[in-house]
Design a protein around this ligand. Structure first.
Ligand code: COA
Length: 138
């Protein structure tokens, strides 16, 4: 069974920090995993105590930013992303939400009623990357 840890405890920050040097995570997320912005974390932990994935949110008062939604390839497609997504969405029910989302995560945003504000492609070392600024009103 998967447990979801939330907040900014030492354990949570350590689990997230373990991904800081992960090149794939940095490339796929397109932002540093590093905990620099006072993020509130949601971390999925597997039966053996392994970190299965994480996402974060920053409460800016007027609105809430969704950041750092990541599940390593070995755990993808098993429902971990869904659990993390729903835990975070539930925690900020009724709030205005925004994010910069990737192709992989857009289906989550779309199905939860987000709309695209800006859609673009940016060139990175590994090619063109689609991203979109998305929002959902309160
Ligand atoms: C995006 C990412 C975190 C998804 O993780 P994942 O573990 O593969 O996701 P899951 O297997 O849980 O996702 C699919 C499930 O979520 C469900 N789902 C999707 N959107 C949903 C929503 N809005 N509400 C509820 N469920 C939803 C799907 O129906 C599916 O469930 P099913 O298998 O029962 O049909 C992962 O692909 C990833 O890390 N990608 C690279 C990094 C990245 O692009 N991150 C986003 C940066 S913005």
């Amino acid at each position: 069974m998967t447990r979801i840890l939330t907040g900014r405890t030492d354990e949570i920050l350590q689990r997230v920090a373990a991904f800081e040097g992960d090149e794939l995570a940095a490339r796929e997320l397109d932002i540093p995993v590093a905990d620099k912005a006072g993020k509130h974390w949601f971390v999925a932990v597997g039966e053996s105590g392994e970190t299965l994935g994480f996402c974060s949110a920053v409460d800016e008062g007027e609105r809430v930013g969704f950041w750092t939604f990541y599940v390593p390839p070995s755990s993808r497609g098993t429902g971990v992303g869904r659990e993390l997504w729903l835990a975070r969405l539930d925690a900020y029910a009724g709030r205005e939400l925004y994010a910069y989302c990737s192709r992989d995560s857009w289906p989550f945003y779309e199905r939860s009623g987000f709309e695209v504000v800006v859609e673009d492609y940016e060139t990175r070392d590994h090619g063109k990357v689609w991203w979109a600024e998305v929002r959902r009103p309160a």
